[in-house]
Design a protein around this ligand. Structure first.
Ligand code: BGP
Length: 474
């Protein structure tokens, strides 16, 4: 089996990391807007430091980002030039419902995305829309405490109904939440959670997770009712946990790490809480409060497909024995001595992608979609202003090879592959601009200067060829 002919090649972005324009056309303030760049970011995105407004001491990169809000026509034309078949993007919730609890949506916000979708259609690009990519209206955090409150389910569904109805003729592929498991690692960014002193953070996180899981299932139901053609996927931050050694204690710890991650997909794809979660959450006294009917909702509305981001695998040791630590997509783990590392200290493990694809497909037997994979690096233009990003090409080539092997040799069913991120944007984890992922360079610098001019890197031409040959020429 080789990659299907209509394999969805493309790239992925998120509203808060590329759009900017946060004061335009009635948009409201979101959690992602008030996450500053710099040393305080970590405390804010994890909910340890409550910051619901911008102040003068910090820089807030989402405010301008790379100004996709005013450059989307040019940007989508560049994606089309590379032959994109799909563009994964997200909706800024606060463009549609500025405070989050309004009865009626904001027409100007709806119009913006309609124009984006029209532009995609004109170029023959399918949108793949993440309904919620880390964003939550500040209005809902102030009034209801974010996803810890069950009322969030209704506000989220109002957003879903609005989107499914209004964009019925443009969009059939949807993701309900980006990296839903991030709620455990970056709960303010993932779910608008801030913690009060002394409260049981784990209990709050799993309660909020339960609300998102129910909301996500109801979104699947609604999407199917409004348009039977709709396909809704879940999305999680993947990357298998390797035991640091064959010591059973390390193997056990790695298993626990994987279970913590798969918990969300177990519920969203199989339709029920897995036994390990039932047992552990109850024993820890943090079993979430459920409303009558919740279990049926989960059971009756599993997702149509499973999507994930893959940047790296993790190496796990029994507590207190791991040695040196390595960075990674918001999770730290032990350093794997067999791997190379990116400039940001993330392990580079293409075979790990094949392993993850096999594990996930074996576990759920549903179509998969890789919706993020890429290399964050510093790109330096040469004297002619050109960027020779061979390192990025190497990274992607090896990952695409591993992906093809999973499909062609292991029989994994895969719908598509979208790289993170085709056009440079702001980093979610660090808020930096200099951590670039794109095939297209954006002249926006770390100090805020720059013209926003777009230019093609060498990887642009390489990826175009990859798509043109359906992954045959790498
Ligand atoms: C994922 C997010 C993205 C993206 C990516 C890269 O967690 O879904 O929004 O940013 O990771 O991470 P970073 O931006 O921290 O390099």
């Amino acid at each position: 089996m080789s990659l299907q002919e209509n394999f969805l090649w493309g790239g992925a972005s998120a509203a808060n990391q590329c759009e900017g324009g946060i004061y335009e056309d009635g948009r409201g303030l979101a959690n992602v807007d008030v996450c500053p760049a710099g040393k305080d970011r970590q405390d804010v995105i994890t909910g340890r430091r409550k910051m619901l407004r911008m102040d003068k001491e910090h820089v807030y990169p989402a405010a301008e980002a790379v100004d996709f809000y005013h450059h989307f026509r040019e940007d989508i034309a560049l994606l089309a030039e590379m032959g994109f078949r799909v563009y994964r993007m997200s909706i800024a919730w606060t463009r549609i419902f500025p405070r989050g609890d309004e009865e009626e949506p904001n027409e100007a916000g709806l119009r913006f995305y309609e124009e984006v979708f029209r532009e995609c259609r004109m170029h023959g690009i399918q949108p793949l829309v993440t309904i919620c990519h880390f964003d939550c209206p500040v209005g809902l955090i102030e009034k209801y405490g974010g996803w810890r409150n069950r009322k969030m389910i209704d506000f989220y569904l109002r957003l879903c109904r609005t989107l499914f109805t209004r964009y019925k003729e443009y969009v059939v592929y949807w993701l309900n939440f980006n990296e839903i498991n991030m709620i455990l690692h970056a709960p303010f960014m993932g779910a608008g959670l801030c913690f009060e002193e002394g409260e049981n953070e784990e209990a709050v996180k799993y309660q909020a997770a339960h609300h998102e899981l129910v909301a996500g299932a109801l979104a699947v139901k609604l999407a199917h009712e409004i348009n039977p053609e709709n396909k809704v996927g879940c999305m999680f931050a993947a990357g298998s946990a390797y035991p640091c050694t064959c010591r059973p204690e390390d193997v056990w710890e790695a298993l626990l790490t994987d279970q913590e991650n798969y918990f969300f997909v177990d519920v969203q794809a199989r339709g029920y809480y897995p036994s390990y979660a039932k047992s552990r959450l109850s024993r820890q006294g943090i079993w979430p409060v459920m409303a009558e009917g919740d279990e049926e909702i989960l059971q009756e509305n599993p997702v149509d497909f499973i999507s994930f981001s893959y940047y790296n695998s993790r190496c796990i040791a029994a507590p207190g024995t791991g040695g040196e630590e390595a960075e990674g997509n918001l999770f730290k783990s032990a350093k794997n001595p067999y791997l190379q590392y990116s400039e940001w200290g993330w392990p580079i493990d293409p075979l790990g992608l094949r392993i993850t694809l096999n594990e996930v497909y074996d576990r759920y037997q549903k179509p998969l979609f890789i919706v993020e994979n890429g290399l964050g690096a510093v790109d330096t233009p040469d004297e002619k202003g050109e960027i020779d990003d061979g390192y990025r090409i190497d990274y992607l080539r090896e990952h695409i090879r591993a992906m093809k092997a999973a499909v062609e040799e292991d029989g994994v069913e895969l719908m598509g592959y979208t790289t993170w991120a085709p056009i440079d944007l702001i980093s979610a984890g660090s808020g930096e601009m200099r951590k670039r992922y794109g095939f297209v360079y954006v002249d926006k610098q770390e100090d805020g200067s720059g013209t926003f001019a777009r230019s093609r890197k060498r990887s642009f031409y390489w990826y175009r060829k990859v798509i043109e040959t359906n992954g045959e020429v790498l």
